[in-house]
Design a protein around this ligand. Structure first.
Ligand code: FAD
Length: 448
């Protein structure tokens, strides 16, 4: 067994862990980062397939994601805007493909009015919520006791309007059915992005990308931390802790440090054995966080053929297998790329199919929007996060109904010399890279 001594041991080399390590190094602390995978970046990852660079995980930057924007600049990286010129497409329950340049598609007046009313109601409520301390809202318990889906149905009897509005949180963000999380969890998601209207505004949420790929962020962070301080292929199995510090063990390695930062999703913390065990309420709480599931699909074509038809590549179809798509062409790519998302129960259904049938079903759904040309990409790529041992879903974790008010700040609270960091415990930037940075910097700040 190899033994290492350091000031702070960081578990997980995702953005949160790397940011924590980088900030601690700036403060002159000795740091060792232990990462289970053979690469850094966690849910930010690129893949090279047939010469195509593919952003497999997190990629977009919103203008209000201040910590991410600052970090991109600090690391000397460039950004570019998403292509969005042309008309958007909407496919509703009846399956007709509607073109539009207005924010909302040409639906019946009464449905449009109901969408606006629900959007206003959610926007108003979400702006009352502090995403870091949502349990402090006077109605928090009431909002945390009802599912988002049930609340929407109480508010409106227009099923079409509900089906239009709900996926901005359910399929589009928490990637779970609207019945499985609370109204309060939905409001936290919206508040973490500035409010429900901002969350639903694609020009904000999907504004820019990092030139060369978002994976340049964790790669550059790793360079700053120093490769010799990052141990890959090191799956942490146990953490012993006491007043004298921590002893973290992985296969063939033991690290002694004064403090530890556990920088992984709450759903993965209990893979690690703690001695003594974490406080009982904290263990209970960790079990309330579960991953959503979404398949990010990218199809690379010889030309961006939709642009020639005056289309932006932006689509929305709450009843479609692929419920949203965007033009994802990188500036240096000679053809055209579409990215689409298959979320929650549709993702479940797709995983019941074998690979070839799944591809046919998903490309068939792209063809509903874009016609038969969509069926013949030069390269088709599915991001398969559910089968990744060290992630187990996408985009992030969210709490069960009632858990926000039951456990309040416990998800972020330190256990003696052990601190926690992850995008999934953030307020602003919750389940986003911006939130991972905020939580990494917070954890570094807690270290003595
Ligand atoms: C498909 C997809 C699309 C996304 N799109 C966007 C987007 O466009 N914009 C955006 O802002 N966000 C997006 N996100 C979310 C964003 O990528 C994440 O919120 C963020 O990267 C999480 O960073 P993290 O460091 O908190 O956690 P993670 O990235 O999950 O890092 C945790 C790290 O811990 C490691 N680990 C786990 N267990 C152990 C162990 N026992 N021992 C050692 N190491 C361990 C893991 O391997 C991993 O490297 C997306 C995510 C996915 C999956």
């Amino acid at each position: 067994m190899e033994h290492i001594e350091t000031d702070v041991v960081v578990i997980g080399a995702g953005v949160a862990g790397l940011v924590a390590a980088h900030r601690l190094r700036e403060r002159g602390r000795d740091v060792v980062v232990l990462e289970a995978r053979d690469r850094v970046g966690g849910r930010v990852k690129s893949d090279l397939s047939n010469g195509f660079l593919i952003e497999v995980g997190g990629q977009w930057v919103a203008p209000d994601q201040e910590r991410l924007l600052a970090l991109i600049e600090e690391l000397g990286l460039e950004r570019f805007e998403r292509y969005r010129a042309g008309e958007d497409l909407y496919v509703g329950r009846e399956g007709a493909v509607l073109r539009h340049t207005t924010e909302l598609p040409p639906l019946p007046e009464s449905t449009l009015a109901e969408i606006e009313r629900l959007t206003d109601a959610l926007d108003d409520l979400s702006r009352e919520i502090d995403p870091l301390e949502p349990w402090k809202h006077p109605c928090a318990e009431e909002y945390d006791a009802v599912s988002f889906g049930a609340w929407l149905r109480e508010c409106s009897d227009d099923a079409h309007a509900i089906d239009f509005v709900a996926p901005f949180v359910s399929g589009g963000m928490l990637t779970k059915p609207a019945e499985t999380f609370s109204l309060l969890a939905a409001l936290v998601m919206a508040a973490s992005a500035g409010g429900f209207r901002d969350l639903a505004d694609l020009d904000l949420v999907l504004h820019e990308r990092v030139a060369g790929g978002m994976h340049r962020v964790p790669e550059r962070l790793a360079e700053e931390v120093g490769a010799q301080r990052i141990r890959l292929n090191t799956d942490v199995r146990s953490i012993a802790h006491g007043p004298e510090g921590v002893r973290v063990t992985a296969d063939g390695l033991a690290v002694r440090a004064r403090e530890a930062i556990v920088a992984l999703g709450p759903h993965l913390v209990s893979r690690i054995g703690f001695d003594p065990p974490l406080p009982p309420r904290k263990q209970q709480m960790l079990q309330q966080f579960s991953m959503g599931n979404v398949i990010k699909v990218q199809a690379f074509y010889e030309t961006p053929f939709w642009r020639e038809q005056g289309l932006s590549g932006t689509t929305y179809g709450p009843y479609e297998i692929v419920h949203e798509t965007y033009d994802n062409t990188a500036p240096d790519y000679p053809g055209g790329t579409l990215v689409g998302f298959v979320s929650d129960h549709r993702a479940d259904a797709m995983y019941e199919l074998d690979e070839s049938d799944r591809r046919d079903a998903i490309l068939g759904s792209l063809a509903v929007y874009f016609g038969p040309q969509a069926l013949e990409p030069a390269l088709y790529y599915e991001s398969d996060w559910i089968n990744e041992e060290y992630t187990r879903g996408a985009y992030g974790t969210s709490p069960a109904i009632g858990a926000i008010t039951r456990y309040e700040d416990l998800v972020r609270s330190s256990a003696g010399p052990i601190h926690f960091a992850c995008s999934d415990i953030a307020g602003l930037g919750y389940t986003h890279i911006d939130g991972a940075i905020r939580m990494g910097e917070r954890a570094a700040g807690l270290v003595a």
